[in-house]
Design a protein around this ligand. Structure first.
Ligand code: ASP
Ligand code: MG
Length: 404
């Protein structure tokens, strides 16, 4: 039997009316020889509400209990969807992570899936029922309930698609797919028909947000993922391998991120081991460092700059300052009002023209570039936060992304 996996996000299930709407969609997609597996997130903001509730009874809620509490959010939505389906004469059964065979490692709050044993799901499909599976939750070998990290239902859905050999995984959300830029910044941003996994990882902030782990899993198991709106029949964006051979020569989209801060260590002695001395403590503390630039040294002294998430600055400075002092650096400065803008596209590999177009467009818009980095599929400039929206619009125009 062919299997499709559909995932519905929290906003698609925010109230009773939406739950019934989702049930109608599911019932309509069920064919005589297609089994449907549905993965649901918790209704609306209920995961946030449950987290707030946990903090109202304990200063530092025990992680094991937080996971059990959060898992109830998805149990509520799945039971309701299954009820609504049965009410429409579409046989359905809801299943917890345990019943669905989602096994995870023992790490509360951000467990990774270690194995999927979908026997029960198959039994339900064979009996002609829709299996409605709780996203975001699993169990350890000791049968302790775990959760997969925020947005984890996406990962549940792709993992199930892989384990069941599904043709594809459909992610239904409140936007129509992935766009050439964030439509709130660029009004004429276009929805993309298709995109490959790597590009999706870079552009995830432009439109539908998905847990990055789900995209990595999709790539690993070669599962095509359709991202589309629950509320319309628009065709959505297909994430798959080898997307768009015919548009290989084009930039796919512009990504931006305003959660960026830069830390600079001035007058660093240029000798082996210095970079390691700064970045090891950050790695241990779980601070992820993004762009790193070290200037050419003059008189054996250099400046070392790097970016971190703005939300990590408070953690970063106390780790960097003592090292700077120890090695006799001249000082540490930081700038929290920065943003990252990137042009993304697999087709840019080895084509120097893209960088110059980018820099020319930013210059014409009066945007100063603080730092530059590149990867195989992306050119990123660090610019001031204030100018980032203008920078995104300028790049969107320069690469003609508004044109089909
Ligand atoms: N309900 C969880 C969250 O809000 C998981 C999910 O929505 O995918 O993060
Ligand atoms: Mg949610």
């Amino acid at each position: 039997m062919a299997v499709i996996v559909q995932k519905y996000g929290g906003s698609s299930l925010a109230d009773a009316e939406r739950v019934r709407g989702v049930a109608q969609r599911i019932a309509a997609s069920r064919g005589a020889d297609t089994g449907v597996v549905v993965v649901c997130s918790a209704m609306g903001d209920s995961t946030d509400d449950l987290l707030a509730l946990s903090r109202s009874v304990a200063k530092a809620p025990v992680e094991r209990e937080v996971d059990l509490l959060l898992s109830t959010g998805e149990i509520v939505s799945c039971a309701l969807v299954a009820m609504a389906l049965n009410d429409m004469d579409c046989p359905a059964v809801s299943l917890t992570g345990l019943q669905a065979g989602i096994q995870t490692e023992s790490l509360h709050g951000k467990a990774r899936i270690s194995e999927v044993a979908p026997d029960r799901i198959r039994t339900e499909l064979d009996a002609g029922r829709v299996a409605v599976v709780c996203g975001f939750q699993g169990v350890t070998e000791e049968q302790e309930v775990t959760t997969l990290g925020r947005g984890g239902s996406d990962t549940t859905a792709v993992a199930l698609a892989a384990a069941l050999g599904a043709e594809r995984c459909e992610i239904y959300t409140d936007v129509e797919g992935i766009f050439t830029a964030d439509p709130r910044i660029v009004p004429d941003a276009r929805k993309l028909d298709e995109i490959d996994y790597e590009e999706m990882l870079e552009l995830a902030a432009s439109g539908a947000k998905m847990q990055p782990r789900s995209i990595e899993l999709g790539e690993l198991y070669n599962i095509p993922i359709l991202v589309a709106s629950t509320f319309s029949e628009a065709p959505g964006t297909l994430i798959h391998r080898e997307a768009g051979m015919e548009v290989r020569s084009k930039v796919r989209g512009v990504a931006s991120d305003t959660n960026v801060a830069k830390v600079t260590v001035l007058g660093v002695p240029d000798r082996p081991g210095i970079a390691a001395a700064f970045f090891e403590p950050l790695a241990v503390a779980g601070v992820s460092v993004d762009t790193i630039v070290q200037n050419t040294s003059v008189d054996n002294l250099t400046d070392l700059s790097f970016t971190v998430a703005r939300t990590d600055v408070e953690k970063t400075l106390p780790l960097v300052r003592p090292v700077a002092q120890e090695i006799g650096a001249r000082g540490v400065t930081h700038d929290e009002a920065l943003a990252k803008v990137s042009v993304v596209g697999t087709g840019m590999q080895n084509s120097p023209g893209y960088a110059s177009t980018m820099f020319r467009a930013l210059a014409a818009a009066g945007v100063n570039i603080e730092m530059i980095t590149t990867s195989e599929i992306r050119i990123t400039c660090i610019v001031s936060d204030e100018q980032s929206a203008e920078a995104v619009r300028a790049l969107h125009r320069a690469f003609e992304l508004d044109l089909p």
